[in-house]
Design a protein around this ligand. Structure first.
Ligand SMILES: [Zn+2]
Length: 400
């Protein structure tokens, strides 16, 4: 089995941490000078370990293995959320470098803007599988300051560069190592998570029509308060969903807006942004049926009719069984009894790469579950262990 150079791996991670350092984390928004510096830094590391480095027109940095295959693709993203953690994304990219250093036949990729600083998000992984159009690039703007994506690409020196596509048939699979960004591993004293799939998010807009009126002159019996109807439906969802959901399903009301939203006016309409997530389509469908039934019941009971509009309906990305089996075996060999299988509640580049090749993910524990914050951290021994698990799993999967 290949052994990774743990000291070198940790040194690479800590060197990258210095670029755009913010307190104990980093600030490297996509295409910022700090982000571009980190991409150049990565290209030097890729060249150093014998890969052929390149950067494309969306900012994807790619290191191509020069020897014979079969090859694996390994990577993640290198930009960060604003004033956020040093490991989110960077870990999976630097782990790819560590595997290349250990002599494994891997291509390494840092996909641009997984974090969605620009509208659309996942620009790099969608571009490399051919699911990002020129029209979308024309339209997209920065969510931070409204800068058009085209302008940002030009300022970063990427305008006019071709965008690379995955080479069909080149890769046996894609591995992404990432921090958990939750507390499941830590709270169970586990050190490695083998990811079973990446949840799909189903988004909904629920609109209630009431009657805008005077908060004093209109009696309680007369009024049609759209806000009240909305919160009663949300309470009913919260009561019913536990009967139909999966073990790790989540549901969230991200926004409730009342019109006109003034202290002495009965809300004439209400809009609710609601989403639920799970890794299983049957579970998602059960939650949808329950939501539709509850809206119907609300419309029988309430004076303010509700309309349910589906905003998005993604497909969960299921991790490849043979790659998961290789990760299980490697985890059991390197960390007996200290690993588990688990779904990913957050989105990752792997969900797009999984559309083109078998894909799998590995999680390291996050201290206190903190992520998208500069205090995000993982114990060095856990980082090194997980990278070794990844290397051993890569070898097992390649020779299977
Ligand atoms: Zn990430």
């Amino acid at each position: 089995m290949p052994r990774i150079d743990a000291d070198r791996f940790l040194k690479d991670l800590n060197d990258l941490r210095k670029i755009g350092a913010y307190r104990t984390g980093v600030h490297r928004p996509t295409y910022s000078p700090q982000d571009m510096e980190s991409r150049r830094w990565l290209m030097e590391r890729l060249a150093e370990c014998g890969l052929e480095p390149s950067i494309d027109g969306i900012g994807n940095v790619y290191g191509r293995h020069k020897g014979p295959g079969p090859h694996l693709l390994v990577g993640s993203h290198i930009e960060s959320q604003n004033q956020a953690g040093w490991l989110d994304g960077a870990l999976g990219v630097v782990a790819g470098v560590a595997l290349a250093r250990a002599g494994l036949p891997v291509d390494v990729c840092a996909f641009a803007d997984e974090e969605g600083h620009f509208e659309g998000g996942f620009l790099g992984s969608r571009s490399i599988i051919g699911e990002l159009s020129e029209e979308e690039i024309d339209r997209s703007r920065s969510r931070n300051d409204g800068q058009p994506l085209r302008e940002a690409l030009a300022a970063a020196g990427l305008a006019g560069k071709p965008r690379m596509q995955l080479e069909p048939g080149r890769h046996k699979g894609f591995f992404e190592m990432h921090i958990e960004q939750g507390t499941q591993l830590e709270s169970n004293s586990l050190r490695v998570g083998v990811v079973t799939g990446i949840v799909a998010i189903w988004q909904w807009l629920i609109r209630f029509e009431g009657q805008q009126d005077h908060a004093g002159g209109t009696t309680m019996a007369e009024r049609k308060d759209a806000g009240l109807s909305a919160v009663r439906l949300l309470a009913a969802i919260d009561q019913e969903f536990p009967r139909v959901c999966g073990e790790r399903s989540t549901w969230t009301t991200g926004r409730i807006s009342l019109e006109p939203g003034a202290p002495s006016i009965i809300p004439g309409s209400a809009e609710v942004l609601f989403q639920f997530r799970d890794v299983s389509v049957p579970v998602l469908e059960r939650m949808e049926q329950t939501l539709r039934r509850l809206v119907q019941e609300s419309n029988r009971r309430e004076k303010c009719p509700a309309t349910l509009i589906q905003k998005s309906r993604a497909t969960p990305a299921i991790c490849d069984p043979a790659m998961m089996a290789a990760l299980d075996a490697a985890a059991q060999a390197e960390a007996p009894g200290a690993w588990t299988r688990m779904p990913s509640g957050a989105g990752h580049d792997a969900q797009y790469i999984a559309k083109r090749m078998p894909a799998a993910m590995l999680f390291t524990p996050s201290i206190g579950g903190i992520s998208h914050h500069w205090a995000e951290d993982t114990k060095e021994e856990d980082l090194a262990l997980c990278c070794q698990v990844l290397a051993s799993a890569a070898e097992r999967f390649l020779s299977a």
